[in-house]
Design a protein around this ligand. Structure first.
Ligand code: HEM
Ligand SMILES: *[C@@H]1O[C@H](CO)[C@@H](O)[C@H](O)[C@H]1NC(C)=O
Ligand SMILES: *[C@@H]1O[C@H](CO)[C@@H](O)[C@H](O)[C@H]1NC(C)=O
Ligand SMILES: *[C@@H]1O[C@H](CO)[C@@H](O)[C@H](O)[C@H]1NC(C)=O
Ligand SMILES: CC(=O)N[C@H]1CO[C@H](CO)[C@@H](O)[C@@H]1O
Length: 326
């Protein structure tokens, strides 16, 4: 074999290997996207989140939820983080009024910018932060795909119809998730995010006091649990916070499924998961199991969610400051 032939052969073998083993997915994301351009990126994020969570673990809930709200409106492009002088950005829309923790994302961004200016997107920071808070709250880690770029548009109106509210029934939930390329399994697994965090009474008050507009209660809610909730949430209460997974709202565990199986899910959208065979079977399979598949499933579904309508390659930009476009 001549040298040139040998080279050609090696070249083909090499391209073949790259082709087969390049871990980039169809959307252009891959695990370790910053390995060369900013090798410290993930460690810096983890470090800041570790510090934050050691003093304020209750920020875990809103920081996990942030990735969900970002991804469902205009894809995981950091558009949720943009400020609007006229209050018409995603973060100004009603479902976002209960979000918080933007200052933590800014803090992470500042630290990352210090290590490698202009390299790491805000959209990726939100995805990495979601993983790191779950790990801090004793969940299982997963590899986060990175390479997202930041969008330049944020529009409050787009929040409606894309983000599904807590009164949604099972068909609205399944269809809404399918529109984002997510499966019924992703729906039931990611609803398990409600194993941490708190909710305002206003997000479920009608289930206690005015379910069909006739001063009645939601019959799907366990009556003993309802009485407990009524002690905390008075009619019309907009402000009080309740733990979504009482007793372990700062721990990622399977108890969300135990609660839902006992008709103690907080939202109608949680209760609705008992009304579809696949979601119901999953709930029953995890309820009461301290080492069920949920822990691993969660990472898999988070990766799926993190792929929604992403901007990669030359689209979008790498924002310098997460709350405004460059
Ligand atoms: C299935 C559709 C979903 C609906 C209808 C829904 C709805 C809600 C609502 C109404 C709240 C309470 C907000 C408040 O009153 O303060 C909440 C909180 C929360 N949600 Fe969801 N959610 C859904 C899916 C998800 C997903 C996919 C995740 C993440 C994987 C998630 C994570 C959270 C977390 C962590 C909180 C607590 C936030 C805090 O502590 O401030 N949710 N959700
Ligand atoms: C925001 O989105 C709505 C609904 O898609 C659209 O009608 C409106 O023109 C958009 N606003 C801006 C400022 O782009
Ligand atoms: C679910 O809710 C949607 C929207 O509110 C409604 O159009 C639909 O009829 C409901 N489906 C069921 C099965 O109740
Ligand atoms: C219950 O809902 C109905 C219909 O939406 C409304 O007219 C009524 O004022 C509500 N009652 C209370 C106590 O909020
Ligand atoms: C956290 C945050 O930015 N919340 C905003 C949500 O939207 C309302 C208005 O619609 C703002 O007042 C909040 O500041």
């Amino acid at each position: 074999m001549s040298t040139s032939k040998l080279f050609l052969c090696l070249f083909f073998q090499f391209t073949f290997l790259v082709f087969v083993f390049n871990p980039a997915n169809a959307q252009g994301l891959k695990v370790g996207f910053y390995a060369k351009s900013c090798p410290k990126a993930e460690a810096v994020v983890k470090d800041v989140i570790h510090q934050v969570m050691s003093v304020a673990p209750s920020l875990g809930g809103p920081l996990l939820r942030m990735h969900f709200h970002d991804c469902f409106v205009r894809g995981c492009d950091g558009s949720l983080l943009l400020d609007s002088p006229t209050k018409q950005a995603e973060k100004d829309a009603i479902p976002n009024q209960t979000l918080r923790g933007y200052q933590i994302i800014d803090r992470v961004k500042t630290a990352v910018e210090k290590a490698c200016p202009g390299v790491v997107s805000c959209a990726d920071i939100v995805a990495l932060v979601a993983r790191d808070v779950v790990v801090e709250l004793r969940g299982l880690s997963w590899d986060v795909e990175t390479g997202r770029r930041d969008g330049r548009i944020s529009n409050a109106t787009e929040t409606f119809g894309n983000l599904i509210g807590p009164t949604a029934n099972i068909s609205t939930l399944v269809n809404g998730w399918a529109r984002k390329g997510l499966s019924v399994k992703d729906l039931v697994v990611l609803s398990g995010g409600h194993t941490i965090g708190t909710s305002h009474c206003s997000s479920f008050n009608e289930r206690l006091y005015n379910f069909t507009g006739k001063g009645d209660a939601d019959p799907r809610l366990d009556s003993e649990y309802m009485e407990k909730l009524k002690l905390k949430c008075k009619p019309g209460d907009q402000k009080t916070l309740v733990e979504m997974d009482p007793g372990s709202f700062k721990t990622v565990d399977e108890s969300y499924y135990t609660l839902v199986s006992k008709r103690r899910g907080l939202f109608q959208s949680d209760a609705a998961l008992l009304e579809n065979k696949e979601t119901r079977d999953y709930i029953l399979s995890q309820a009461g199991k301290s080492f069920g598949s949920f822990f691993k499933d969660f990472g898999v579904s988070m990766v799926n969610m993190g792929r929604i309508e992403v901007l990669t390659g030359k689209s979008g930009e790498i924002r310098k400051v997460c709350s405004r476009v460059n």
